[in-house]
Design a binder for this molecule. Structure first.
Ligand SMILES: NC(=O)c1ccc[n+]([C@@H]2O[C@H](COP(=O)([O-])OP(=O)(O)OC[C@H]3O[C@@H](n4cnc5c(N)ncnc54)[C@H](OP(=O)(O)O)[C@@H]3O)[C@@H](O)[C@H]2O)c1
Length: 244
């Protein structure tokens, strides 16, 4: 199994990389913004089975060249997991009120959470459209569901994840015309103990917070069970579909 994991330097991406090896991956193509500086690189050193690539979703040029590099290295691809996502980043905090919206921060989240994943899949298009069973999953979040939005707040995170869901669904429809064995989905991992959730831990009900390893294992099993008819869907860690 040849597996691509974007964002394998930490958090859920790193947990997916470990899980992929346990599940029998023969080759891993892993990305991080700065591989040499990340925990994932220390744990999974480059080898015949593990290759690292630099990838920052803020650079469309780098997305294209990294995609080319992965296509050149991998004879084919069985599974692609895209984990990039930010909720807070330095000065940027999730907006609780409309008055907190700032154009630059809105664009920043949109570029990383929504545009990055679909541009990365664009760069891997030759591998996706080749007729074979390939699964591509991008980590979204339940708060990106418009029909489930009852609390408000977190404007840009919600909106960027809703846009991600729409990009992936649209891509799944186009891809089915070329490769009817392909599955493209978005996933909700639950509330997971990573850097992203760190500032909000105290608000999480007891027993609701899971480890990255647990969430990655659950989501991997969800991907194993998908059929081509599920392509374009949005699924939670328990396999249940989430309404857009
Ligand atoms: N944790 C949760 O409770 C939770 C809940 C719902 C959804 N999610 C979603 O799950 C996904 C994984 O999050 P996590 O919990 O593992 O958070 P995390 O530990 O904070 O990891 C964030 C990931 O995003 C990557 N990233 C950030 N900026 C990037 C950029 N400019 N270009 C490319 N990659 C970039 C990081 O890569 P670097 O290491 O290179 O910075 C890292 O791999 C996200 O999409 C998040 O929205 C998480």
């Amino acid at each position: 199994m040849h597996i691509v994991i974007q964002g394998a330097g930490r958090g859920l991406g790193l947990a997916f990389a470990h899980h992929a090896l346990r599940a029998g991956a023969t080759n891993l193509y892993l990305t991080a913004r700065n591989p040499q500086d990340c925990e994932g690189f220390r744990q999974l050193q480059p080898s015949e089975r593990v290759q690292w690539f630099n990838l920052d979703f803020l650079s469309s040029d780098q997305i294209a060249t990294t995609g080319e590099g992965i296509l050149a290295a991998a004879p084919h691809i069985d599974r692609i997991i895209i984990t990039a996502g930010i909720l807070h980043d330095g000065e940027i905090q999730p907006e609780k009120r409309v008055g907190a919206l700032e154009a630059e921060a809105m664009l920043h989240l949109y570029q990383i959470n929504a545009m990055g994943p679909v541009l990365f899949l664009k760069s891997l298009w030759p591998a996706l459209r080749r007729a074979h069973p390939i699964t591509a999953a991008s980590l979204s979040a339940r708060v990106g569901s418009i029909s489930d939005n009852r609390l408000g707040g977190w404007y840009s995170y919600r909106a960027s994840k809703a846009a991600l869901n729409q990009y992936m669904r649209t891509l799944s429809i186009e891809l089915a015309r070329y490769n009817d064995q392909a599955k493209i989905v978005t996933l909700h991992p639950g509330t997971v103990e990573t850097d992203l959730s760190q500032p909000y831990r105290s608000q999480v009900a007891k027993g609701q917070l899971k480890s990255a390893a647990e969430s990655a294992a659950q989501l991997w099993a969800v991907l194993d069970r998908l059929s081509a008819a599920d392509s374009g869907g949005f699924f939670a860690y328990d396999g249940k579909p989430i309404n857009f």
